[in-house]
Ligand binder design. Structure first.
Ligand SMILES: [Zn+2]
Length: 119
């Protein structure tokens, strides 16, 4: 085996080692992503149950699905876009006004914003 062969063998081993390392990292990321997806699915299931319970309770006390859909659209439009998403906001515990998440206190009354969200 000449020097070139030794160098080539070294490069092959180094590349194989790096590939194995990358494969291990990719496998770990896959496992981590699967765990995150499972957690999100559990949260989604919980939120779906909460929404279904609220929807049925609202109907029992006289609110219709049409009223619920209208309210969903109204909330969706609060950020100016009807896109099925909500912009993160906080509500002032003192005056109940909506405050953008970048503010630490209410712009209207100065109350410190508690950033915990029920959902
Ligand atoms: Zn306020």
């Amino acid at each position: 085996m000449d020097l070139f062969d030794i160098f080539q063998q070294y490069r092959i081993e180094k590349t194989r080692s790096e590939a194995l390392s990358k494969a291990g990292e990719a496998k770990q990321r896959t496992i981590s992503n699967e765990i995150n997806i499972s957690e999100l699915e559990a949260k989604l299931d919980h939120l779906s149950l909460v929404c279904m319970a609220m929807s049925e309770l609202f109907e029992e006390i006289g609110f219709s699905k049409a009223m619920l859909l209208k309210k969903i659209e109204e909330i969706d439009l609060r950020d100016g876009k009807l896109d099925g998403k909500i912009a993160p906001t906080n509500t002032c515990s003192s005056c109940n006004r909506i405050v953008a998440p970048r503010h630490v206190s209410c712009l209207y009354c100065g109350t410190k914003i508690n950033k915990t969200n029920v959902f």
